[in-house]
Ligand binder design. Structure first.
Ligand SMILES: [Zn+2]
Ligand SMILES: [Zn+2]
Length: 250
């Protein structure tokens, strides 16, 4: 299983990264976790334009899902002719919400390119991957994911505040993509996002191998986020996410 960080910018794209999008590949199958704004461009540096086999959306905030709209254009109007529909595992309202974001009169609905499947907490098989979805602690219906294949696992927090479910989901993962949107300060809002310190605390409790701090917001100093994470009591490998970096999990 290979993981490539396509986009790791939090809440909106930054100068060096699109919004949230992570590519997982195994046995020739390619799956995206989130498809935030700007990701479709950077994705083409790593795989062919038509080569996405499945998409999982953590939630319906724009920075996690909006590039479904331009990707509909790719799959519906390609010079190769319409391409097979791609399954999109997402919160139940995704079909309606993303259709209204796209909404062009006299154009086909997004269902011409995508097969929307409503997520619920639990485990499903997607190509060679076992995908476990768990509800996170965020103001809208939001899932974290654990993707396993060949005995290796990647866990992804989506957007979340502090969450015992996240610790359970990430338990023993090889790579833990954990959001770190906030700089640490007293009185951080609960049920929204994590700081670097809180991300590291979750990684320590989950006893993961490698913590990758992501959903990095351009108005923050990322080195400060990493510095604060060193105060979270996690003893494993820890680094900042960067667009274009690939992890080969064997
Ligand atoms: Zn976000
Ligand atoms: Zn969000």
């Amino acid at each position: 299983m290979k993981l490539t960080i396509i986009g790791c910018s939090g809440s909106f794209p930054g100068p060096d990264s699109p919004s949230s999008c992570y590519l997982l590949e195994a046995e020739g199958f390619r799956m995206l976790l989130d498809f935030g704004n700007g990701a479709l461009g950077a994705l083409q540096r790593h795989i062919g334009l038509y080569d996405v086999d499945a998409i999982c959306l953590s939630h319906l905030h724009a920075d996690h899902c909006l590039d479904i709209c331009p990707y509909h254009v790719v799959r519906t109007y390609s010079p190769e002719g319409p391409l097979p529909r791609v399954p999109v595992y997402a919160p139940a309202d995704a079909r309606r919400r993303l259709n209204s974001a796209y909404a062009m009169p006299d154009e086909p609905l997004l269902e011409s390119a995508f097969d929307f499947v409503g997520l619920t907490p639990g485990t499903l098989e997607v190509g060679p991957f076992e995908v476990t979805a768990a509800l996170m602690n965020h103001p809208v219906e939001t899932y974290g994911f654990r993707v396993s294949c060949g005995g290796r696992s990647v866990a992804y927090s989506g957007d979340t505040g502090e969450s015992a479910e996240l610790v359970k989901l990430a338990s023993g993962a090889d790579v833990f993509l954990c959001e770190a949107s906030h700089l640490d300060r007293p009185g951080l809002p609960t049920g929204l996002h994590l700081s670097g310190r809180q991300a590291a605390e979750h990684a320590a409790r989950a006893d993961v191998e490698t913590l990758v701090l992501t959903h990095l917001v351009p108005w923050n100093d990322s080195d400060r986020v990493l510095g604060e994470a060193h105060g979270g009591g996690f003893g494993g490998r820890m680094e900042l996410a960067r667009s274009g970096v690939r992890y080969d999990l064997g």
